[in-house]
Design a binder for this molecule. Structure first.
Ligand code: ACO
Length: 456
């Protein structure tokens, strides 16, 4: 190989979500909570969910086959494939090896990578690994494929409306239209029991909701401050703040937390450089000298900074929340669903040359902040147009989903719960309501071997 690869990043991206959803305002009534709690309080509109016909393997089979087909890529062109997921149905066999069924016909078995797990962060780790592989001396010139997929389901109760499901596949290569910047990347990792899945016979996590929000915000503070100080070194010490990013996207457990997170970045800017923020918002004077650690649930600070950051939120973050609001928290694909939503909200011309900040969070906890630079010259690296064109179906597909009543949704959750890990098992969920081309679980035999088929 001659020259080292440059401008490594995302060259194609595909998103899938379930063909059915439950309406969050209907769910409020069904759950007997006050009207507005899920829709206004959490900022959620609809929640996608899977019947027993879909599992993590089928979701990933669907997203990979759709990405390859839509972009006309041969399976021979893939040299690395890694899956980020926290939806574990086998303690040994990776989802990646299940996906190798798709490669069989091409005769390509020379594909590095397995699965990566840490709550909602596994996809980001897989993406960093893919970028490193393309940039390394082991790279053989082929693409890396990163798959993030999860079925996010919670036991009955206050966490249930923050579920969702879906998968994202990203093709990683050189000379990409979405370049993953390596000059500044910030990570914050710590031991915490905010959300975890110790019960291997259940799909549901153990979750301390309030602690998870605190951990998320604390990780955000740490990643942002570190990102800024690292990036500043490359800018000869020039100060960085929110203005540095044209768009800012977040792991999105529910949209309200994301709006609070953007406000939190302005709070960080205020702490790092108060005079700059005070010049615009003199009313914030009273908050000088704050200790961030004591502000996570301070209503006054939250309210003031949400007001001051409202226009920044609407400009930099709101366009990225379509899938988060309409499908819910997809866990590992959540952040990348935000990227997809952002890409379909603008034209290639509007996106050219822009910098997108990304915050990835997985409970437990693992988090990173990094940035993607959209290629300046969209005519030279014309695939930005292809990326956007290949995502054009998302908006219509969201609208063509079937709305399921909360009581049917609840029965389907009970069915999943009852039959989780049952063998042998034949799923009951309908096939004709799946989107065309969806892979589904046909049966599980007595040795727990799963057989999948593709819907016409
Ligand atoms: N109208 C408008 N707003 C309302 C209404 C109403 N009728 N009722 C309540 N609200 C508001 C509340 O004031 C609150 O707003 P705030 O966050 O600004 O305080 C919001 O709705 C939520 O209400 P809470 O009572 O705080 O909700 P609850 O504690 O029951 O559950 C929680 C929220 C903790 C997020 C829960 O859904 C959960 O545990 N989810 C899973 C964990 C999670 O997603 N954590 C995030 C990071 S980790 C991860 O990604 C998994």
């Amino acid at each position: 190989m001659s020259a080292r690869p440059s401008n490594v990043g995302i060259v194609a991206i595909e998103q899938i979500f379930p063909s059915q959803y439950v309406d969050q305002s209907e769910l409020e009534a069904f759950d007997g909570v006050s009207a507005g709690k899920y829709t206004i309080g959490l900022g959620q509109s609809k929640m996608g969910f899977c019947s027993d016909r879909e599992d993590i393997n089928s979701l990933c089979l669907t997203v990979v086959s759709k990405l390859m087909q839509r972009n006309n890529i041969s399976y021979k062109e893939i040299g690395r494939l890694e899956v980020g997921t926290e939806t574990i149905i086998d303690k040994s066999k990776s989802v990646k090896t299940v996906l190798m069924q798709l490669f069989e016909e091409s005769g390509n078995f020379d594909v590095e990578g397995v699965d990566t797990t840490n709550a909602c962060y596994g996809g980001t780790s897989a993406l960093f690994n893919a970028v490193s592989w393309v940039e390394s001396s082991a790279w053989d010139g082929r693409y890396a494929l990163v798959v993030c997929g999860d079925i996010a389901v919670y036991a009955k109760g206050n966490a249930r409306p923050t579920g969702g499901a879906g998968a994202v596949a990203m093709l990683v290569g050189a000379n990409a239209p979405l370049v993953i910047e390596t000059s500044a990347r910030a990570t914050f990792m710590k031991h915490a029991y905010d959300f975890y899945k110790p019960n291997l016979s259940s799909e549901y996590p153990v979750v301390d909701g309030k602690l998870s929000v605190k951990c998320y915000l604390s990780a955000l503070d740490n990643c942002y401050q570190l990102y800024c100080s690292k990036a500043e070194k490359h800018l000869n010490g020039n100060k960085i703040n929110l203005e540095y990013f044209d768009a800012m996207i977040f792991h999105s457990p529910y949209c309200k937390l994301v709006q609070k997170s953007l406000a939190r970045l302005m709070l960080n800017d205020f702490i790092r450089s108060p005079q700059d923020i005070l010049a615009k918002y003199p009313g914030l004077q009273k908050f000088q000298g704050l200790d961030l650690e004591n502000t996570y649930f301070d209503r006054d600070i939250e309210k003031e900074f949400m007001t001051c950051s409202k226009s920044a939120f609407e400009e930099k973050t709101l366009p990225s929340l379509l899938l988060a609001r309409e499908v819910g928290n997809m866990y590992t694909p959540s952040l990348y669903g935000c990227l997809v939503s952002l890409l379909i909200s603008k034209s290639a011309e509007q996106l050219a040359g822009k910098r997108i900040g990304l915050f990835s969070y997985g409970s437990g906890l693992a988090s990173s902040m990094y940035s993607v630079k959209v290629a300046e010259d969209i005519s030279e690296r014309s695939s930005l147009r292809h990326i956007i064109a290949n995502l054009a179906h998302i908006s219509t597909q969201l609208k063509s989903r079937t709305c399921v009543s909360p009581s049917d949704f609840s029965s389907i959750m009970e069915l999943r719960e009852k039959n989780h890990h049952k063998a042998p098992y034949t799923p009951e969920g309908p096939i004709d309501t799946l989107f065309p081309g969806t892979w589904y679980l046909e049966s599980i035999d007595e040795l727990h071997r799963r057989v999948y088929k593709k819907a016409a």
